[in-house]
Design a protein. Structure first.
Length: 216
């Protein structure tokens, strides 16, 4: 199960996270209204220097193609998470930059999964989040039973209000498309500053439950 930690921007905090957990994806938000906005705070040279198996992921909300491409190049990003109303054509154009594309969709009881069909050929992952007041970081879960309606081949991340005590429930999800979890607001001391020990405990618990399920 892949782990994506979103809303990072503090250099010391990121270093501690990499030492303790080593997530698969590091998420940096480039959406100015967000309290976790990384632009003008995150040191460019630091992000360029850190190397590893993790993928540096920029999170954007309806940014222009030029802005998205410029920031992607500047910070040497490996993946783009498009968290707004970006079209499939936009996803395709950004994917041509040689980065992974993670397209977010906010699920509710009325969500039409057929809207994903145009996105399937141009996205590496979908990310299913809660429909809330803000584009993300609302700290609220959607009804995970809705995942049963998703029957496409694009793998997905589960997001939205995930907390440490959810590890066992996540491990019990049998959907073949589930590839990872995205954690954010429930794992921080304050916006942009993650509780590394809590993330480590969650990751250990999740892996423990997953291993247990495989042995059943």
């Amino acid at each position: 199960m892949k782990i994506k930690v979103c809303g990072l921007r503090d250099e010391k905090n990121i270093r501690l996270l990499l030492e303790a957990v080593l997530p698969d994806y590091l998420g940096f938000i480039f959406y100015e209204p967000s309290p976790r906005y990384a632009g003008q705070i995150l040191d460019v040279s630091f992000l360029q220097r850190i190397k590893g198996s993790f993928k540096k992921t920029g999170v954007f909300v309806d940014a222009s193609p030029s802005t998205t491409e410029s920031i992607s190049s500047k910070y040497e990003l490996d993946a783009l998470q498009l968290h707004g109303r970006e079209s499939a054509e936009f996803c395709a154009s950004m994917r041509s930059l040689g980065v992974e594309i993670i397209k977010t969709f906010h699920l509710s009881e009325s969500f039409d999964f057929h809207t994903l069909e145009d996105y399937a050929p141009v996205c590496d992952y979908f990310l299913f989040d809660t429909r809330g007041k803000h584009p993300g970081g609302n700290g609220v879960q959607f009804n995970w039973e809705l995942l049963g309606k998703y029957q496409m081949c694009v793998p997905f991340f589960l997001s939205g209000g995930i907390d440490r005590q959810d590890a066992e429930l996540i491990a019990q999800i049998r959907h073949p498309g589930l590839r990872g979890v995205d954690v954010n607001s429930r794992f921080e001391h304050k916006p942009g500053l993650k509780d590394v020990s809590k993330i480590k405990r969650f990751t250990n618990q999740l892996n423990k439950y997953l291993d247990g399920n495989r042995n059943i």
